[in-house]
Ligand binder design. Structure first.
Ligand SMILES: [Zn+2]
Length: 83
């Protein structure tokens, strides 16, 4: 039997024997699920989180660019009124 790949709360390697057909013991079965979830849709999860990180920045850049355009337009409008 293989040794459990799980980690104890202290962060040490689990010394229990892994369950049959699993790399983890019964106590660390939840870690096996977490490892499987992390290994499975890794690319999707990564791109989704990257998109979530990028979205607010894009909004700020777009808002800033719009603000600059509006400010320039208003400034030009005032200048042309005085001319
Ligand atoms: Zn374990």
């Amino acid at each position: 039997m293989e040794r459990c790949h799980g980690k104890t709360k202290a962060g040490a390697r689990c010394k229990r024997t892994a369950s049959a057909g699993s790399d983890f013991c019964a106590i660390h079965a939840d870690q096996a699920k977490a490892a499987a979830a992390g290994a499975g849709p890794k690319g999707n999860g990564k791109s989704a989180s990257a998109a979530q990180e990028r979205d607010p920045l894009d909004t700020i850049i777009a808002a800033t660019a719009l603000g600059v355009v509006v400010f320039a337009a208003l400034t030009l409008r005032r200048l042309f009124r005085f001319l």
